[in-house]
Design a binder for this molecule. Structure first.
Ligand code: MN
Ligand code: MN
Length: 310
């Protein structure tokens, strides 16, 4: 038995199994070390490695909910997706192919990014275009912008793309924590025109996290959803290591409380993106990130456990 700080770091000290050897696995934790679609400060390609290191402090039980995820579901670290740091298009194809194989293996993915672009090809791999899923999306930004620099995709475009391709049902999509200055209103216009529920941080403050989550649960209903958590939804005082920080964000305890209210929803996969270790301070952002991943893992494990026993 090794102490938690010793040994080779994997996500939450799980066994490392390549996808080909993961037949028994129910929940796979994966890294997508890609940041070539970043528009401002880079560095999220180093996210998965820093998150693995910080995650060795994650223990067995969630003391708030009583969930012991590793007892409820067979979990493994499936390693990193083979991205191409020199090509966004090639990386999109590689990620989509990888997640299609994850889906076909019957594994529920919990991903650590990477910049937020990666959520789009993850959805391409997991979802059929004629059966769009809903989404609960925590972020300071909507990521509903159109192409950048005359036609290129970025970490500001993934969910516009996913809606255009019929991967996401906009009327079952809720975005929480939006804020900050913006260039124009094109993302908000797109979201509202398509029926996305966009919750700005001021509304979270006014109505409280519980009321927002109750409404989100009603909007997404009982059909399948994806959960995407951009670490920049947190206040930069709690998560400074990210590419596009915005002041006035959620505190970690508020995010934990909200994530626990995903319990019982049909969550088919989740990600935690935009942790940029080179801009981190004392490992704060990675620590917040892995605790977000742990809350997501608890939700995924409870879902599998209840599906198995019902
Ligand atoms: Mn984002
Ligand atoms: Mn963001």
């Amino acid at each position: 038995m090794l102490p938690r700080f010793a040994g080779v770091a994997t996500f939450m000290r799980l066994p490392h199994l390549p996808l080909a050897d993961a037949r028994e696995v129910e929940i796979g934790l994966l890294g997508v070390p890609f940041d070539s679609a970043t528009t401002n400060r880079p560095g999220t390609r180093h996210g998965p490695r820093a998150l693995r290191d910080a995650s060795t402090m994650i223990r067995l039980m969630n003391q708030a909910t009583g969930t012991a995820p590793f007892h409820l579901a067979r979990c493994a670290d499936l390693g990193d997706v083979g991205v191409n740091p020199l090509s966004i298009d090639d990386t999109i194809a590689r990620i989509a192919e990888h997640y299609r194989a994850v889906r076909d293996a019957g594994i529920v993915p919990l991903t650590a990014g990477g910049d937020h672009l990666v959520s789009w090809p993850i959805l391409r791999g997991m979802v059929d275009a004629d059966a769009p899923v809903g989404m609960i999306h925590f972020d300071a930004h909507s990521d509903l912008y159109g192409p950048y620099f005359g036609g290129f995709d970025s970490h500001g475009t993934p969910f516009r793309r996913a809606i255009e391709e019929g991967l996401l049902d906009p009327e079952r999509t809720v975005q929480i924590g939006l804020r900050g200055s913006s260039i124009d209103m094109s993302d908000v216009d797109f979201g509202r025109a398509h029926g996305v529920r966009m919750v700005f941080i001021e509304e979270v403050r006014e109505r409280g996290p519980d009321a927002i989550m109750a409404e989100a649960r009603t909007i997404v209903g009982t059909a399948p959803i994806y959960v995407s958590f951009d670490i920049d939804v947190l206040d930069p005082s709690q998560a400074p290591g990210t590419g596009t920080p915005e002041v006035g964000g959620l505190f970690v305890h508020e995010a934990q409380r909200m994530l626990r209210q995903l319990a019982g929803l049909d969550v088919i996969g989740a990600d935690l993106v935009e942790v940029s270790p080179p801009f981190d301070v004392g490992g704060l952002t990675s620590l917040a990130g892995v605790n977000v991943m742990f809350e997501l893992l608890c939700v995924l494990a409870e879902r599998l456990y209840h599906r198995r026993s019902s």
